[in-house]
Design a protein around this ligand. Structure first.
Ligand code: ASP
Length: 340
């Protein structure tokens, strides 16, 4: 059927209004990730595997405790991401990757779907839980994104934001990753001049959460240390609204992967836009963006996504993605590799 332009616009508007005005179902749902990557199954010891699952379950419990007492999706994603930031296994907060200078610069964003409020911070160095500062930007400043020294100065005005020395974020595992990346870079530098492309990273590790609360509202939070050996104040997709995080009335997405590709393809927003404009299901939209758009562009990674009916999608093109979920029927799980 071909619709004339005004009719098509009316049709699209009625679809949007319908989705936005539909009464809340009372269902709650939560999905989290601890980063996508090419982590070979045998590269994780049984002890590490157990610690990953435990951390993911602690984050699910923290988010679900909020949702099951009727709390907001915003509080639920904050609670879940704080747990993941505090867990040294993931590349956010404690355990964040090192930049090229041997320090840590952290990025985070948060968004509430039905109000379209959003907050983000980039390149902070002393904030124990960057997601809390992103939320403070959203709630207590007139801005959406603050970066570097300015974001730190904003934090100075909010004593409730816990500060730590930059070395708090150090872990031996991440230092070894930096040393390996710098050795590889030096060896490569001798072989060939920089040709404008980046070496494909093998493991990401950003954390994120998307929640649906009993009011039918959706929120998303994403937090990261970025990419190992990053230089020049590099900022990835995680604090970029529409790239690493997006939430609206019907859909929320948190991404993890090679951030440059996620920014160029507005990944998080594209997934939700496909649902809004084309009427795609969550599963179809999320799979298409991760497995077709990002893959075709040459990027790696995954995303977690959730819709207003409590459907959950967790596509990734990288062999593994640390993830966990609680569906509206209460069923829950955590997984690392494909097929789990
Ligand atoms: N997307 C993040 C970045 O590019 C990395 C990750 O997902 O771990 O900064």
């Amino acid at each position: 059927m071909r619709l004339s332009l005004p009719l098509a616009v009316l049709f699209a508007m009625s679809f949007n209004l319908h989705a936005a005005d539909a009464p809340a179902t009372g269902k709650t749902a939560l999905v989290i990730h601890g980063g996508a990557g090419f982590v070979p199954r045998n590269a994780i010891t049984p002890g590490e595997r157990k610690a990953y699952h435990e951390a993911l379950n602690r984050a699910l419990d923290a988010g679900n405790a909020v949702l099951s007492r009727g709390g907001s999706a915003l509080d639920a994603v904050t609670a879940a991401v704080v747990v993941l930031e505090d867990a040294p296994q993931f590349n956010a907060g404690k355990g964040a990757v090192f930049n090229a200078k041997g320090g840590h610069e952290l990025d985070a964003s948060i968004m509430e779907g039905h109000t379209r409020r959003a907050g983000a911070i980039a390149g902070v160095t002393t904030i124990r839980n960057p997601i809390r500062l992103a939320r403070t930007v959203m709630e207590k400043s007139p801005h959406v994104m603050l970066a570097g020294d300015g974001a730190e100065a904003f934090a100075d005005e909010h004593p409730e934001i816990e500060r730590v020395p930059n070395s708090y974020f150090d872990t031996d595992k991440r230092r070894q990753q930096l040393e390996k990346a710098q050795r590889d870079e030096a060896a490569k530098g001798k072989r060939e001049a920089y040709n404008g492309t980046m070496e494909a990273p093998t493991y990401f590790g950003t954390v994120g959460a998307v929640a649906l609360d009993s009011q039918g509202h959706i929120a998303v939070a994403t937090s990261t240390g970025g990419m190992t050996n990053k230089k020049w104040g590099r900022v990835g997709d995680s604090p970029v609204i529409g790239a690493g995080s997006w939430a609206d009335e019907r859909c929320g997405v948190s991404g993890t992967g090679w951030g440059e590709f996620y920014i160029r393809n507005a990944v998080a927003h594209d997934i939700c836009a496909r649902m809004a404009y084309r009427g795609d299901s969550l599963e179809t939209a999320a799979n298409a963006v991760v497995n077709e758009v990002v893959t075709a562009a040459g990027g790696d990674g995954g995303a977690i996504a959730l819709d207003r009916d409590g459907n959950i999608a967790m596509p990734f093109n990288s062999g593994s993605m640390f993830r966990g979920w609680i569906r509206p029927d209460g069923s829950r799980g955590t997984a690392i590799h494909e097929g789990e």
